[in-house]
Design a protein around this ligand. Structure first.
Ligand code: F6R
Length: 622
């Protein structure tokens, strides 16, 4: 969840690290810090609370920290409150210190993840004379490396390996050792870490955008591996200290896609990139008017044999799974269960042997989704990852991978990756329906043709954004918002409600429309905003009556429906229309006004919509 960057090379490290961290700030923004070494001098550590710009100001944009080797970190607090002492980098020395300056320490490092047995390890280190200045698990792990390094008089790789054997939990660690100037060491378990090498320079990063400007050729570190970087070269080691040979991966994202490109925020830019995300994803799967899942090695036989589908994910990816469930069940007549990954991993579900477990994840690193994937694999159940980040852990560990082609998503609140996930789910549903004989070839072809029109129809929805902006400013001071819908409309409501609460901080809830009167309607009072999603023709009347029930209690009603359903205006106070399309795909259109509503409400309230408080883009801890 935190962001990590490391650099060793020929240029000044601090400005490169600050630039890299600025591209990772979406991963955490409680505090940030740098440790820079100038030749053989001791590392100098500078930290600042709050946004990265505070650290940039404190270091005169890195100019006050000369040196060509360094590590940087942007934090999302797990252990210890977000203050300067707890900010990374952490050091092996005992002194409590806050001012910048050289640090009398043999090891200095940054960490992403959670060390589960840190209390026990801390006690061991306290018994061995170590003192602690912070409340973090990171300080413990760095002191543990220092302990082994000195006790056994071994080199950095062996000391790190001993630490890895002893520590429980997940981590990506980047370290520097006082006795090894110009060198950076990295280690990982269950938290992402990539290494890029180009010319006379080497980079480490927790995520691709940090180093995309410098290199597209990267190594993905494996679990329980260690890396030693010197300028222009990297060597990987396994837990025994033996060298590991690795191939590089070419990142195809262009650097511009990780820039704002004239938009005020990444979120609105990414909302506008949805037609492209959908178009690219569909066109990577649809060839000559047919769905081709050979890239994911999903044969017709596998799909025919599948007796049950489990969709496992978190947050918005889980909402995409909910929508996928309705479409697969309706088209392919295949039973589907949608499970929250954090629940799935601890439930003793009786998985059918011919089941397919689909894990949906933008980052491909979400800890709960990864754990769920591993459980399914341990049980011998076939797994399919629907993932956006190429080479991510979930993508590498699943039996099959279907990539969504949304490109890098920077705003913490997902929009275009969710849109691409829906596209992938539609394709899976259509192919399952065809091979199971539930969809005749003419309808299959017609539905694919219709699906390919969705990107243009999303463009049309975006043209209407002015009305939503106006409406958002009208309700920017709302206390509560309720989203209601039935069937697929409920799945879309869930996503609309999440967008609203995460970027505007207005309390919002999504309810299956029929469920409202079983309790929640007691919260509806004069002027409470109730948003009805009404795109499923067979359910419109039912949801309209639920909206009327709310109106009778004073609610202000917004209706969201397709062109043609003009009778909604008899009930709703404000109506938004989206183009007509097949009812299975209309969620891809209906979600866009809801994303815009969340975005514009957050902006109207003066909030940092790209980096909402308390959230992190990639949740790599449990
Ligand atoms: C909400 C959001 C999160 C993610 C969730 C899963 O806008 O972005 O709810 O959808 O944390 O993340 P991934 O898809 O990376 O597994």
């Amino acid at each position: 969840m935190c962001g990590i960057v490391g650099y060793t090379g020929t240029r000044e490290a601090a400005p490169i690290l600050l630039d890299g961290l600025s591209r990772l700030e979406y991963r955490g923004y409680d505090s940030a810090g740098l440790a820079i070494r100038n030749g053989t001098e001791l590392a100098r550590v500078v930290k600042a609370t709050g946004k990265l710009k505070n650290l940039a100001e404190k270091t005169d944009n890195g100019r006050s920290l000369p040196g060509t080797c360094g590590i940087g970190h942007t934090r999302w607090a797990t252990h210890g409150e977000p203050n300067q002492t707890n900010a990374h980098p952490h050091v092996s020395g005992n002194a409590r210190r806050s001012a910048s300056g050289p640090v009398e320490s043999d090891v200095v490092g940054v960490h992403n993840g959670i060390i589960e047995n840190f209390e026990e390890l801390k006690q061991k280190l306290l018994n061995n004379g170590y003192q602690f200045y912070s409340g973090t698990d990171t300080e413990v792990v760095i002191k543990l490396v220092d302990y082994y390094y000195k006790k056994y008089k071994i080199g950095p790789v062996d000391a790190i390996n001993r630490m890895m054997v002893r520590v429980k939990g997940s981590y990506a660690l980047v370290l520097m050792f006082r006795d090894y100037p110009g060198e950076i060491y990295a280690a990982r378990k269950d938290s992402p870490m990539i290494i890029g090498v180009t010319g006379e320079e080497s980079f480490a990063a927790s995520d691709v955008p940090a180093i995309l400007k410098y290199t597209r050729t990267v190594y993905y570190m494996g679990n329980l591996e260690c890396a030693r970087m010197i300028p222009g070269s990297v060597t990987f080691y396994d837990l025994n200290g033996d060298e590991v040979q690795k191939d590089t991966t070419e990142i195809t994202w262009d650097a511009e896609s990780a820039e704002k490109g004239g938009f005020e925020h990444f979120m609105i830019k990414e909302i506008h990139e949805q037609p492209k995300a959908m178009h690219d994803t569909l066109n990577s799967i649809i060839r000559d008017g047919r769905i081709d899942l050979s890239g994911a090695e999903l044969t017709d036989e596998i799909l025919q044999k599948t007796s049950q589908v489990y969709i496992v994910a978190c947050g918005s990816a889980w909402h995409a799974g909910m929508a996928g469930q309705y479409v697969i069940e309706d088209l392919a007549e295949l039973p589907v269960r949608v499970e929250l990954a954090s629940e799935f991993r601890y439930r003793k579900l009786l998985l059918e042997k011919d089941a397919l477990v689909i894990v949906i994840s933008q980052s491909g690193e979400t800890a709960d989704s990864l754990a769920a994937l591993r459980i399914a694999r341990e049980k011998g159940i076939r797994t399919l990852a629907v993932v956006n980040v190429v080479g991510s852990t979930i993508a590498r560990e699943a039996d099959h991978v279907l990539y969504t082609l949304a490109g890098p998503e920077i705003a913490v609140a997902t929009t275009k990756a969710y849109c691409a996930q829906l596209a992938a789910m539609y394709c899976l549903a259509l192919q399952m329906a065809l091979v199971r004989g539930r969809l005749d070839p003419e309808r299959y072809t017609a539905m694919i043709e219709e699906l390919l029109t969705i990107p243009d129809k999303i463009e049309k929805v975006l043209e209407d954004k002015g009305r939503i902006q106006w409406f958002s400013s009208k309700f920017a001071n709302a206390q509560d918002v309720f989203f209601i819908g039935r069937g697929l409309d409920y799945a879309i409501s869930l996503e609309g409600s999440l967008k609203m609460k995460e970027v505007s901080y207005i309390h919002s809830e999504s309810y299956a429309a029929g469920e409202l009167k079983h309790g929640t309607i007691s919260l509806v009072e004069d002027n409470t905003l109730v948003i009805g999603v009404l795109t499923q023709n067979d359910l419109i009347e039912k949801t309209t009556s639920n909206m009327t029930e709310c109106k009778a209690r004073g609610a202000y009603l917004m209706g969201l429906t397709s062109y043609g359903n003009y009778s909604i205006e008899d009930v709703a106070d404000f109506t938004i229309y989206v183009p007509k399309t097949d009812s299975h795909f209309v969620g891809s259109l209906a979600v866009v006004p809801l994303q815009l509503l969340g975005y514009y409400t957050g902006v109207a309230r003066g909030l940092d919509v790209d980096k909402p408080r308390n959230l992190a883009k990639s949740v790599t801890v449990e």
